[in-house]
Each structure stands twice: as C-alpha cells, then as structure tokens.
Write a protein that binds this ligand. Sequence first.
Ligand SMILES: [Zn+2]
Length: 436
Amino acid sequence: MEKFTKCWRYGGSATLALMIIIVVWCFGVRTPAYSISVDGNKTLVVASKADANQAIAQLPDSEIAARIGINRTFADRRDVIAGDQVLAQLNLALQPKVNGASLLVNGQAVLYMESKELAQQLLDKLLQEHSKVADDENLVSVGFAEDVQVVEGIVVAAWISSWDNAWSMINLGTVTPQVYTVKEGDSLWSIARAHDMYVTDIVASNGIQEDSILALGQSIILSKPTPLVTVVAQVEGNETVPIPYQTITENDNSVNGIKVKTEGKNGEKFIAYTATLRNGVVESKNIIEEKVIKVAVDKVVVKGRSVQVASRSGGGTSTGKLHWPVSGSISQSFGRGHTGMDIAGASGSAIGAADGGTVTFAGWQGGYGNFIIINHGNGIVTRYAHCSKLLVQKGQKVSQGQTIGLRGSTGRSTGPHLHFEVMVGGAFRNPINYLR
Ligand SMILES: [Zn+2]
C-alpha cells in the first residue's frame, strides 16, 4: 500500500508538469480565434468576431454574406490573418475558382491561362516569333532570360486571360495599349516624333519592320512595350561590305594645283558575325571572321606647290571649319542635354567625313548604334551616330567628304537621322558654329 502511494505521487507530479508544458505550448503557439467559412468550407482564420463582421459588412450584397459562416476555433497563431487583410482575403475566397495554369516569371505569377497546354503554346509562339532571322542569318539559340515556368493548379476564374489578352500582356505588358490610326503623310518616324517615342519601340510593339510601308487607316500600337519576359536570341550571319578606298596625297612642286593620278576604287570584304537580340532588338554584334574579296585601290592625288589644304590649315578651335557630313533637315539642334545635332533625311544617304582625319572608332556603341569617331587633330573630334552601315575601320585615314558610313536609325533613334557631334578639346560644341 505504502509502495503504491509513493508510486502514484511520483507519477502525479510528472503528469502535472506535462500538463503545464502543454498549456504553455498551447497558448504560446495556438490561440482562440474565429474561422470564416465560405460555402461550408473553412477558408480563413481571424483574431476576433469584430474583424470578421467588419469585413462581411463591406461585401456588396447580403446574398454573398449568406454564403459565409463564422465559428469559434482554436488556431495556430501563424494562420491568423491581420485585421486589415481580412476583406481582401475574403473577396479572394468568394471568387469562383477553376483548374488552370499560372505563368511564373522568376517565381512570380504574372499571367493565368485556361490550361497548361495553352500557356505552353503561348511561350512556344513567343519563342517562334523571335526565331525569325534574315536571309543570310542562322539561329544559334533562343530562350528566355528569366526563369519561366508554367504551373498547373486552381486559379481564380476571373483572372484567366483569353489568348489575345495573354499575347498582348506577354509582349506589351498591357491589354489596353494606346492605338494611333495612320493618316496621310505619316511615317513611323513622324508618328514616333509626335508621340515622343522611339521607332524601335513602335517596331517592337507592332511586330513590323523599321522600313515598313504604312497603310492609311492602319492601327499602330503606341504603348512602349514592357514585355513580361525577355527572349534572347543568338544568331550568326554573314554579309559582303565595301572596303572604302583611302586617299594618298603626293607632293610634287612641278605640278600646278591638284591632280588625280589614280582614281580610287572601293574593295569588298566578306564578314561573318554573331549577334545577340533581346526581344528582337540587336543588343550586340561581333565580327568573327573577315575575308577580303577585292582589295581597294588607293586614290592618289598629286598636290602642287601652290595648294593650301583648307581642312588642315585651321589651327585653333575658332577657325576650324567642317563640311556638312550629310544633307537633310535639322530635326534637333544642339543644347539642353543634346550633345550633337540631328540631321534627318533618307536612310542610306552617304555620310561624308566633316574633315580629313583618322578614324579612332568604328563599331557598335550602345544607344549610338553604329558609331564613328574621327580625330582631326588640333583637338577637334567629330562623331557620327545611328549609321545603318559603317564604311570605315579604326585606324583608317580619311579625307574631307569621303564617305564613311550610311545614314540610318540604329541604337536609340527616333528614325533615320545622323546624330553629329563636334568635340573641341574634349567638350561638346554646337556643330552649327563649325560647319560651313
Ligand atoms: Zn541626336
């Protein structure tokens, strides 16, 4: 008997300790709360009845309120929804739901579609659109820059996009783009100018080419595209480009004036390149092979004693005279943050060197597109942006007026124009003061 009592007492204190632990644990992790059910299914837990009633009072009609039930419960503290989020969560719970698919970009749901198959078709079509290459180009690879996934599951029915809306969303970031109707005399460039946009953006939004011919009454999407995903395509291609001839000057005091001894002839070279396109816009271009097909013939000029070379005679900055590099209208002048002068006109027009000098850069330069820099000595440098084609190479000597490239709209450009810069002593100057 004695032994039994002892044993019971011992067991009793252990039970008490365990009960205390359970009670402490319960009130630490679990808490009394209220559960809200929708159509009989327990959906969310709130801290108080007041929280629940407040949200229910804000629902649009009593019919919806009738679908809701409130019950006392004992819940995990982490499951209790903050008071200010109850209405939003309740509205979400009241929405009809169906089986569908979510499109996740870097783990974030950005688009909902009827089925996984349809969402996959949307992505496939997008990749296909960006797999189109020019005649002399091959597609090396195409894919998304982001982590893009399609996940099947229950989604809110109202959030599901139709095919057209999903296509618009993934390409433009909106289903209600601003639309412009083409009128007589419009060009992509004039439309871009009038709406403070870039031609490249209009081209990207409308899936058209920069030199597309617009039809009267045609609808042009003006919204600057903010695609939900970035399609990166690698292409390889080749082209034949002219090698511009150089001009060599010989001095001969027995000759009067200037005489052309040999006419210059452009050569030709084959170029193989790789390029990276982001959502259809060329981001970078690298030449991987160059082969001369036809060597250029130097132009040889014989200069007599009496000849002064005007382009070289200007010593100081105030007398430096430059030739107009290309004809056209000044669509934007120098100043207020604009580092050069825009000379607009037909794409493909020959750009002449403003003065004789040495090419110090000829290549792709981000927003400048195809870009040329010429050093004329005496601290004078001229720069030529957005060229459709480059016809000179780094290190090449050019004479005044010699064709160095063709006018275009590469890089951040609002249409075919030459962005022409004059630098004197390392500072941008107004080109108009140096042109003659
Ligand atoms: Zn400009």
